[in-house]
Design a protein around this ligand. Sequence first.
Ligand code: GMT
Length: 381
Amino acid sequence: MRLAVVCYPTFGGSGVVATELAMHLADRGHQVHVISYDQPVRLDTLRPNLWFHSVDIGTYPLFRHPPYTLNLSNKLIEVVEEHGVELIHSHYAIPHAVSAWQAREVLRSSNRGSAACPRGVKLACTLHGTDITLVGRERGFYELTRFAIQRQDLLTAPSTWLATETDKHFGTAPGTVLAIPNFVELERFRPDPAAPARALLAPQGQAVLTHVSNFRPVKRVEEVVAAFAVVRRRMPAVLVLVGDGPELPKAEQMARELGVRDDVRVLGNQPPEPILQASDLFLLPSVAESFGLAALEAMACGVPVLGYQAGGLPEVVEDGVTGLLCPEGSSICLGTLAANLLADKPRHKAMCVAARAQAELFAPRPIVDQYEQALLRCLSD
Ligand code: GMT
C-alpha cells in the first residue's frame, strides 16, 4: 500500500498511535508518508519506506488564525500526486478528516493523481476520543465533522464504546465504525524490578502514585490530587505528575490547599517509561477515556490502574483484577480504595502481575494485523 498518515505531532495518544502504526506498516513493506505540522515525537524516520512531510502554515498578515485545514489539504494533494498515494489515513477527525475529503475532491474533479493511482484515493479515519465526545460536538465543528466522517471509506475507533458513541451522535450506521484497540510496545513498556527512578522520586521508600496526561478538564486532575491527599494521610507517598496542559496549575494549587504540595513531583513532558516502572499505582479518573492509552502503558509496566467505569476504560482495565474502577457517580472514595490496595501487599502484588498479563493482550502484532487488513480491504472494495 501507499499511504498518507495525517496526525497531530504532540505527546497525545492519537499522535502516538498514528506514529507507531505508521512505523509498523513501513516495517511491513508499505510506503508510508506521515504528514503533520511538526515531526511527531515518537516518529523514527531512519527506516525504509517511511517519509515525513511537514505542512507549511500560511502566515499572511490578514489571517488572524492561519487556515491550517487548507494548508493540510494542499499538502495532501501534493503528496498524493508526487508519491501515488492510494489511501489517506487520518487520525483524529478534526480537522484531518475534512482536509482529506477536500484533497480528494480536488484530485477527483481534475482527475489529477490518476496516473499514479487510477482508482482515486481512498479515505480512512481513526476516531480517537474528544473528536467525537467533546470538540466534534461543539456547534462550531459539528456539521462539517459529521459530513467528513460520513464521507470516509473506512472508520475505526479504539473501543466499542467510542464506536457506539459515534453512531449515536454522528449518524453512522451501527457496525460501520470498526473497533480496533490501541496497542503498546511491550519491550519498551515493561516492568523493571531495579526501577532506578524510584530512588529519585521516593528516596524514603514512599508509595509512588502517578498520573500522565495532557491536563485537560476531561482528565479530572482535581480527583487525582484529592485521592492522593487521602492516601498521603494514611501512609508516606508521593504523587508524580507527567505531562503538561491547562489544568496543571489547578492541580498544583489544590495540592497546596490540601497540604500535600511537598509530596507532589511535577515533571512536565517526559518519556513516561522510567517513571511508570517506578510507580505503584496509576490514577486516571477521567470523565471518559475512549480507551486510555496511558493506562495501558502503565499496565504494561506492571502498574494497576485506578479510575471510573466510564467510556472505554473498562475495555482495557479489568475491575478488581488489573485495577479498580469505581462506578460513575458512586460515593466510593478513590483515595480510600488506593490506600487500602497499597496497604494490602499481596493483593497489590497480584494486581501488578495481572496488569502486565492483561497488557500483553494488546501486543502490537495482532492489532497492526487488524489495521493492515482493514486498510487493504478498503483499498480493494
Ligand atoms: O481525544 C483526545 O483527547 C485526544 C487523544 C489524544 O490525542 O491524546 O486522546 C484520545 O485518544 C487516545 C488514543 O487513541 C486514547 O487512548 C485516549 O483515551 C483518548 N482520550 C480521550 O478519549 C479523552
